[in-house]
Structures are given as C-alpha cells and as structure tokens.
Design a protein around this ligand. Structure first.
Ligand code: SAM
Length: 256
C-alpha cells in the first residue's frame, strides 16, 4: 500500500462523548448487563476505558476498510453503538461511500445520528435499528463487527457469520473484534489479572470492576481464539489472520 499517512486519521481523536462512566460505582447498575438508557449515556467513556487499544482497533479497522472497500458496495458496522467507528471512517475515506450502521438499541442510534451529521455531507449514511440476525448483508465489501458477536447466544453467532459471508462480495473483508478467553486456566488467570490492572489504570475501582464482571456473567460469553477462527472457517471464510491482540481481546480479519 502506497498511501501517505492521513492527517485526518488521528486515532487519538475519536469523537467520544465525555460523560464519565460511574454506573458501577454509584448505580443503578444493570444486572444482568443490558445496553439500557443509563449505559448509552456513558457508553463512549465506558468502552474506551474498558477495551484495551480501543482507539487503535478502530483506526486499524478504518485502514482495513479503506483497503478492501469496493466502489459501489456498502460498508457495514454491526453493533455500531454511538457511531464512533463510522464517524472515524467517514473522515478517513475520501471517496463517497455508503456507510451502514446496525444496532438494536434506538438510544444508541440517536447518539450515532448526532455524531454522524458531518460525515453525512460526504457519504450516504444509513442507521438501522434491528437485530443483526435479521439483516441482509448483500452488496457489502467490508463488514466490521466490533465487540458485538460476543453478546449473541452461542447458537446464533455462526449463523450471523454465515449470513455476513453470504452477503459479502468476492474479495470482501470481515473485521471482527471480540473478548476472548485462554484455553489454559493459568493463562486465563494471568490475562484476567492484566486486564483488570488495565481497567484500574483507567480509573475503575476494584468494586466497579467486580460489579461489572458479575453483571456480564452469562451475558458476554467469550470463546477462545481457536474457536473464533474455527467459526469463521466454518462460515466460509478462507483466509483468516489476527490484526491486533492484547490481554483478553482480539481483532481478526477474514477474507471472502
Ligand atoms: C459493545 S457494543 C459495540 C461497540 C461498538 N462496535 C464500538 O466499537 O464502539 C455492542 C453493541 O451491540 C448492540 N447489539 C447487541 N446485540 C445486538 C444484535 N443482536 N443486533 C444488533 N446490535 C446488537 C448493542 O446495542 C451495543 O450497542
């Protein structure tokens, strides 16, 4: 790739709302965890303090999206939440494109609509409030699904990946980020400790970390990296590689 660094793609300059996530400190925190109105209000702060390399992952996904986008097709962000990735991509991608965000939370999409006002001057933006399982991915050359597949019931994950695979154009790309677990108990304990130290470093107190962990139990069910890769293979993807990995989070790329 011969592109010069793009000054607009400064990964430290994501469009993130400033409301501080104090949900699991002050309450009322959702247990089991759901993406309710309270979560939506502080979501940007929550995810950027809870996912290792969040900014870098979004910037990396934007680079992959730019490289694999085919003119006349669509770029789809599944579980787009408040639109942070599409906003970044919209600034990065100079050629006009159709950018689609899907999320089953209307309050998330309200925030996204507001965030994407400027991007809409260049690109066609569609925000769809629906379960990803109901959506047809046809005529897409790039599908990004960051930290969302992990919330689906296990039996629905493969079906969704298969449906994405079928919708992608030949040569199309899937960019998938997930929380993972180690198949080895000792390593699982180690990466959990490293992850929790990362959260503490980002200002979360021990009680907040424990409460959120309890709320996410049986709601966010992580797989191992090998299981993720196998699921992608079984969905039809031929070429699969890791793009980023830190602690218990990974980003994978898969080619149709
Ligand atoms: C952790 S967030 C994703 C974060 C986002 N991709 C980002 O990088 O900022 C998960 C999102 O998926 C949405 N979601 C959960 N289940 C879904 C489903 N079945 N279909 C569509 N969206 C879903 C939630 O509303 C939430 O906004």
């Amino acid at each position: 790739m011969t592109d010069q660094p793009n000054p607009d793609l400064d990964s430290t300059k994501l469009y993130l709302s400033p409301e501080k996530d104090e949900l699991f400190e002050k309450g009322p925190w959702p247990k089991p965890f759901v993406f309710n109105e309270d979560v939506v209000q502080v979501f940007d702060n929550m995810i950027s303090r809870s996912v290792p390399l969040y900014r870098e992952v979004l910037a990396c996904a934007a680079h992959w999206a730019k490289d694999y986008y085919q003119a006349g097709t669509r770029i789809i962000d599944v579980g787009c939440s408040t639109g942070t990735f599409l906003e970044l991509l919209g600034r990065f991608l100079k050629q006009p494109a159709t950018l689609v965000g899907i999320d089953n939370s209307q309050p998330m999409l309200e925030k996204a609509r507001h965030k994407l006002v400027r991007v809409q001057q260049i690109h066609q933006v569609e925000l769809i409030c629906d379960r990803a399982q109901n959506y047809s991915f046809e005529n897409s050359s790039v599908v990004v699904i960051n930290y969302t597949l992990q919330f689906l019931p296990l039996q629905e994950r493969q079906k969704l990946l298969r449906s994405i695979y079928e919708g992608l154009t030949p040569g199309g790309l899937l960019f998938l980020s997930e929380k993972i677990e180690s198949p080895y108990r000792q390593f699982q304990e180690t990466i959990t400790r490293h992850y929790e130290a990362f959260k503490a470093h980002n200002g979360y107190a021990r009680t907040e970390i424990e409460r959120k962990k309890e709320a996410l139990e049986n709601v966010l069910v992580p797989l191992t990296e090998a299981q993720q890769i196998q699921m992608l293979h079984e969905s039809g993807f031929s070429q699969i590689d890791s793009a980023i990995k830190l602690h218990n989070f990974i980003s994978l790329v898969a080619l149709k």
